[in-house]
Ligand binder design. Sequence first.
Ligand code: GDP
Length: 438
Amino acid sequence: MTHLAVIGAQWGDEGKGKVVDLLSPRFSVVARYQGGPNAGHTVVFGGKTHALHHIPSGIFHPGVTSVIGPGTLIDPERLLAEIEGLAAQGIEVDQRLRISLRSHVIMPWHLGLDGGYEARLEEQAIGTTRRGIGPAYSAKMERFGVRVADLARPEELAARYRAARSMGLAERLEALGETMPTEQAIQATARQWWQRLGPLCCDTTDLLHAALRDGRAILFEGAQGTLLDVDHGSYPFVTSSSTGAGGIPAGLGVPPRAVEQVVGVAKAYLTRVGAGPFPSEDDGSAGQRLRQVGKEFGTTTGRPRRCGWFDAVAARYAVRLSGIDALALTKFDVLSGLPEVRIAVAYEIDGERCETLPAVASDLERAEVVYEDLEGWSEPLEHVRCLADLPRAARVYLDRIEELAECPLALVSVGPDRTQTIVPGGSLLEDFGVEATR
Ligand code: GDP
């Protein structure tokens, strides 16, 4: 096996950053296929915390090319700030990062639209990150989106700008209390962006095809989580892209068979940011404890995350949707000290037992959860490096997760640092050169 996908198996924030960072040195390319600055990965090493939004978590490793692919969105101002932040820490971003000429650009008016829509929707708001993601993806589908390549071509940029105007964009902005910038102002901004970003931009599809041809290993890095997928998530409380493994060939221009193995990252419990159904949410003291101990506050927005129990129904759905071969279970250390741990094993909706995610979000909203309750454990797990050293109750919990999610565990994370990781013998990751911690 050569190529591996690492994707979120829940509603995002699963700890993908740590897992991708851990695996990156074994790959030649790490490629992001969807989403934009709404992603927020946190990587911790050497006692320092590094937050990433656009840039793949492979960026910390010399010799690894980090690719931002055609299916993603770029906010040039934020991307430049991220690049400068990394460069200030001595990371050779210019050598390591490549941005697709086909990626779409979040323009200032997309930011205005996003904030304006959310404010108007009030209690029906989706709870977006207000980073212009939905409006920029909408413009792409409506065929007046601006692509990275257009920043270097004033005539193309003018055509997109004028098309957007003739579709009534200026009026839509005005109705939301925002103003459309002039064409002249946008051309000047685009020139500045291109001056700095231009040297990093290329045909990344070609770059990936060359890697595939030469047998160089590619790691496909997902953002957000499978349950936020625009088609398969709890619509409309979803993100605007295909977050599951199906988004990889579409977003990067590689054949589906290039995605040889899929690791789904899942927390040992569950969180969700923003609105939308969350059947196993815990509003009581256990939920509060998970938030405090797990530091469940958004990397991108700082918002407190909603917390609850591991949902095996949702996990099974994600496993089936994305063909997840193994799970990387993170934040297992956070569960220590709870007298009891719960796993959602089924739902009851209007008196009927349901073992998969219903198509309509309001049905999921009404779902009563059928729980399996297991004994908790008090021992801290931060220093555990092999399954045999875990307390018995913690082992039982992991075994139930594997059985109920119908998926083996490839990795168990017991702390934010690279070293706080258990890789069991027989893990799928051994095929990718990761040694079992035994
Ligand atoms: P991502 O977007 O999926 O990469 O997730 P985030 O970065 O938003 O959230 C994961 C957070 O949990 C980060 O702050 C990580 O440093 C932290 N983290 C990752 N794995 C573990 C773990 O096993 N235990 C603890 N306590 N924290 C972890």
